[in-house]
Design a protein around this ligand. Structure first.
Ligand code: KIV
Ligand code: ZN
Length: 518
C-alpha cells in the first residue's frame, strides 16, 4: 500500500480553463485552501507567462509553507530562470519543465527531430537542476508518443537529474489500458526509473481523465496531477475530488491512500466556483449540488431506513454542511460566528466583526440570509485583489416597456465623475453603457451569469461576468439584492482588474520585460 501524492494544478492548468482567470490574491486564497486540503504539491503558475503569474507564484512560495510549490517552465533557459526566480522564497520549491515528444508536436509545433528533442531535454533539466533541487520533467503529449521514444526521453531526463517524471495525456486521447501499458513499459525498460517518482497528468476530452489516472496508479504511478472541480484547458483535467474519493471509497480495489483531508473538498470546490464564477454541473460527482440529493421516493425511503442503501459515502465525509440554517436581522453576532464555524470557517474577532457589519446591512435588505450569502459576505472584501480605481457612487435605473434609462456617477481614484445618462434595451445594457461613457477604455462584454441564492424575491443576485479590454479577458463578480447594482459592481470589478493590468504592463514594458503568451 502506497501513499499517492496529490499534485494540484488548479492555479496553473485549471486557470487555462476559458474564463477562469484569477488574480494573484485570488490564487493566494485558493492556495491557502489547497493547503487546508493537505495537497502535497501546488503548481502555482507559469511564471514567464505574465507579470501576474510571476507575482502569484512568488507570493504563494513565500506565504504557503507546508506543501511543495511548483512553477512551470518550457524547456528554455529563459523560462527556467524565471520560474526559479519566482520560487526562490519557497521552503520546498519544485521546478516543472516540459517539452513535447510526440511526432505531431515535434513536426508541426517545434519543427525539430528526435535527436534535437533529446538534446533539449538534457540541457533544460540539467540547467534546472543547477537552480532547484527538485526538478520534474513532462514529455508533453506523451501518450501520442511511440513507447520506445518515450522511454528514451524519460531516460535522458532522469540522467540529467529529473526526480519526478510526469506522463501527460495532453489532449485527453488515451484510454485506461493504454495508460497502464505505457506506465508499465517505463517501469520495465527505463534505467533509473525506480529512483524517481512517476506521475500522471490526464485531460478529459473523452471523459476518461479520472479513469486514466487510476489506471496509471494501478501500473505504479505515485503522483497524480489534477484540479479542483476538474477545471482546465478545454474539457478540463482529472478532477481532484474524484480521484481522491475513488481511492478512499474503493480502497478495497486500489489499496492506496492519499493525505487529503476530504472534509475540505466541498469548501475548496465552492471557493473555486466563487472565485471563477464557474459552478460545477449539478450532477458533478462529489461536489455537484445534486451529488447527495435523493429525489425518487424509493431512494428517499431507502436512505431513511439505512443510508448505505443508496449512499456509497456520506456528505459529511466530503465536507457538505449538514443543514441549511437561516439567519435573519434578529440574529446576533454569536449566532453568526456559530454558523460560520458549522460551515467550517473559524473567524478571528476582527474578521467576525467585519462579517457581522456586512451581515446586518444585508439582513436589512432581505428577510433570510442563507449559507451562500454568508460565504459571499466572507469573501466580499477579503480578496480585494486589485486597487479599486473605479467605484460606484450613484446608480438610478428606470425601466419598463420602453427603453431603459440609467443614470450613474463613478469615483475615479476617489474623484467624482460627471453624471452619465444612457439608454439600452434593458436595465443592464443601459447601466453598462452609462459606465462605458465614464471610463477611458473600450469594453466588450463577453459573458454574464446571474445566479440568485434561493430565498424568494429578496434573494441576493450574484453576478459573474467576463469582459474583454484591448484583447484581454477579465472576470468580475458582484452581489446585491438589486441585481442591476450587483451587475454594475461586477462590471467595475472587471474594469478595475483591466486598469491594474495596464499599470503592471506599463511597468513591465519599462523594464523591457516582454509578456509571454501561454
Ligand atoms: O497537458 C499537458 O501536457 C501539460 C503539461 C505542461 C504538463 O499541462
Ligand atoms: Zn495539462
Amino acid at each position: 500500500m502506497a501513499r499517492i501524492e496529490i499534485f494540484d494544478t488548479t492555479l496553473r492548468d485549471g486557470e487555462q480553463s476559458p474564463g477562469a482567470t484569477m488574480t494573484p490574491s485570488e490564487k493566494l486564497r485558493l492556495a491557502q485552501q489547497l493547503d487546508a486540503l493537505n495537497v502535497d504539491i501546488i503548481e502555482a503558475g507559469f511564471p514567464i507567462s505574465s507579470e501576474d503569474d510571476f507575482l502569484a507564484v512568488s507570493t504563494i512560495a513565500r506565504e504557503v509553507r507546508r506543501p511543495v510549490i511548483a512553477g512551470l517552465a518550457r524547456a528554455t533557459t529563459l523560462d527556467i530562470d524565471r520560474a526559479a526566480a519566482a520560487l526562490q522564497h519557497a521552503d520546498r520549491p519544485r521546478l516543472h519543465t516540459f517539452l513535447a515528444s510526440s511526432p505531431i508536436h515535434l513536426k508541426h509545433k517545434l519543427r525539430i527531430g528526435e535527436a534535437e528533442c533529446l538534446d533539449r531535454v538534457a540541457t533544460a533539466v540539467a540547467h534546472a537542476r543547477t537552480l532547484v533541487e527538485e526538478v520534474e520533467f513532462s514529455p508533453e503529449d506523451a501518450l501520442r508518443t511511440s513507447l520506445p521514444f518515450l522511454c528514451r526521453v524519460v531516460e535522458v531526463a532522469i540522467q540529467a537529474g529529473a526526480r519526478i517524471i510526469n506522463i501527460p495525456d495532453t489532449v485527453g486521447y488515451a484510454h485506461p489500458a493504454q495508460v497502464r501499458e505505457a506506465i508499465a513499459t517505463l517501469f520495465r525498460t527505463v534505467p533509473g526509473i525506480d529512483d524517481v517518482v512517476v506521475s500522471v497528468h490526464c485531460h478529459n476530452d473523452l471523459g476518461l481523465a479520472v479513469a486514466n489516472s487510476l489506471a496509471a496508479i494501478e501500473a505504479g504511478a505515485r503522483q497524480v496531477e489534477c484540479t479542483i472541480n476538474g477545471i482546465g484547458e478545454r474539457a478540463g483535467n482529472a478532477a481532484l475530488e474524484e480521484v481522491v474519493m475513488a481511492l478512499a471509497v474503493r480502497h478495497d480495489a486500489f489499496q492506496h491512500h492519499t493525505g487529503i483531508n476530504t472534509r475540505e473538498l466541498h469548501r475548496a470546490s465552492q471557493l473555486l466556483a466563487y472565485i471563477t464564477g464557474i459552478q460545477p454541473q449539478p450532477n458533478k460527482a462529489i461536489v455537484g449540488r445534486n451529488a447527495f440529493a435523493h429525489e425518487a421516493g424509493i431512494h428517499q425511503d431507502g436512505v431513511i431506513k439505512e443510508r448505505s442503501t443508496y449512499e456509497i459515502m456520506t456528505p459529511e465525509l466530503v465536507g457538505v454542511p449538514e443543514s441549511q440554517l437561516v439567519l435573519g436581522k434578529h440574529s446576533g453576532r454569536n449566532a453568526l460566528g456559530r454558523r460560520y464555524r458549522e460551515l467550517g470557517y473559524e473567524l478571528a474577532e476582527d474578521a467576525l466583526d467585519r462579517a457581522y457589519k456586512l451581515f446586518k446591512l444585508l439582513a436589512d435588505q432581505k428577510k433570510y440570509v442563507l449559507d451562500e450569502d454568508l460565504i459571499s459576505i466572507l469573501h466580499h472584501g477579503t480578496m480585494e485583489d486589485v486597487p479599486e480605481r473605479f467605484r460606484l457612487a450613484a446608480l438610478d435605473v428606470v425601466c419598463g416597456k420602453r427603453q431603459a434609462e440609467a443614470r450613474t456617477r463613478l469615483e475615479d481614484n476617489g474623484v467624482p465623475t460627471e453624471l452619465s445618462v444612457s439608454f439600452g434595451d434593458g436595465p443592464l445594457a443601459a447601466a453598462f453603457a452609462a459606465v462605458d461613457a465614464l471610463i477611458p477604455f473600450q469594453v466588450e462584454l463577453e459573458d454574464l451569469k446571474i445566479q440568485a441564492n434561493p430565498g424568494g424575491p429578496d434573494a441576493v443576485g450574484e453576478v459573474n461576468l467576463r469582459v474583454k479590454v484591448q484583447g484581454k479577458a477579465f472576470t468580475g463578480r458582484g452581489a446585491s439584492p438589486d441585481v442591476v447594482v450587483g451587475a454594475v459592481r461586477a462590471y467595475l470589478h472587471a474594469l478595475n482588474k483591466a486598469a491594474h493590468a495596464q499599470t503592471l504592463e506599463a511597468a513591465a514594458i519599462e523594464q523591457d520585460n516582454y509578456l509571454w503568451g501561454v
